[in-house]
Design a protein around this ligand. Structure first.
Ligand SMILES: [Fe+2]
Length: 257
């Protein structure tokens, strides 16, 4: 979320990759550039910091300069796959790892923030179509990022895809849930992974502004909090690349002063 999130990834991810023996690192990138989408420059900074793949959400299409990257199958950044058919960009891509191909899919929940009026394709039917179309491709892992508001959707899609994909990772709340686990058929799941950004804020935005708007109907624009402490929330899971099932999962929630 914004500059604190990007700065924290740049300073801490190389250490975390080594400490937790991370082979493959995904980030949700829809709020990187001042909270609104991601620019190609910030995408490059994340890649240099050790990020392997960027998923998307309801702000993915905000920065027009990112569109060519979203449309290129060889560049590891996607937007939600269940946007209407004419939407630019790709909603799933493969990336090559030392263990084999990894398929990453982004999905948007049915009612999410600024896209709540948008007619989206059903996320369950969309992911079914993708998995059916790609079933002939040998994969080390398949990872689904579900960007949604309803905890019910975020829980249920994990169970719907249990045993069909390696991991289903919920996000968009910017607040982590305490339910990281491997589901009964071998899919790693968390309802919401949280965020990387400021700790004392309203999801990354200055709290005073949100209270003035909420309590006194003051018309204000969002302004991102920059002050420390900062927080880094993550979901860590292990996949056996022989069959693509997850074997362990846990949250990582760190605070930096
Ligand atoms: Fe979002």
């Amino acid at each position: 979320m914004g500059r604190p999130g990007l700065a924290l990834i740049e300073s801490e991810l190389p250490k975390l990759r080594s400490k937790f023996q991370i082979d493959f690192c995904l980030v949700q990138s829809e709020n990187v550039s001042e909270g609104r989408g991601i620019t190609p420059e910030d995408f490059t900074r994340l890649r240099h910091a050790g990020v392997d793949f960027c998923t998307g959400g309801n702000w993915s299409l905000w920065q027009k300069s990112i569109m060519p990257l979203l449309s290129d199958p060889d560049i590891p950044i996607i937007r939600p796959a269940n946007y209407p058919g004419t939407t630019p960009g790709l909603g799933y891509k493969y990336t090559i790892t030392p263990f084999g191909k990894v398929l990453v899919i982004s999905l948007l929940g049915q009612t999410v923030g600024r896209d709540s009026q948008l007619k989206l394709d059903n996320p369950l039917k969309t992911v079914d179509r993708i998995l059916e179309a790609e079933k002939g491709v040998a994969k080390a892992a398949t990872i689904v990022n579900f960007h949604g508001d309803f905890s019910s959707e975020k829980v249920v899609i994990g169970q719907y895809l249990d045993g069909k994909v390696s991991a289903v990772i919920g996000d968009h709340w910017h607040v982590p849930t305490a339910d990281a686990r491997v589901l009964i058929r071998g899919t790693a799941h968390i309802t919401d992974v949280g965020m990387v950004g400021t700790l004392n804020s309203s999801l990354g935005v200055k709290t005073d502004l949100i209270i003035a708007r909420w309590r006194d109907d003051v018309v204000v624009s969002n302004e991102l909090e920059q002050a420390k402490p900062w927080q880094l929330n993550a979901f860590w899971f292990q996949v056996d690349p022989r069959h693509g099932n997850a074997v362990s999962a846990r949250s990582i929630n760190l605070v930096y002063n």
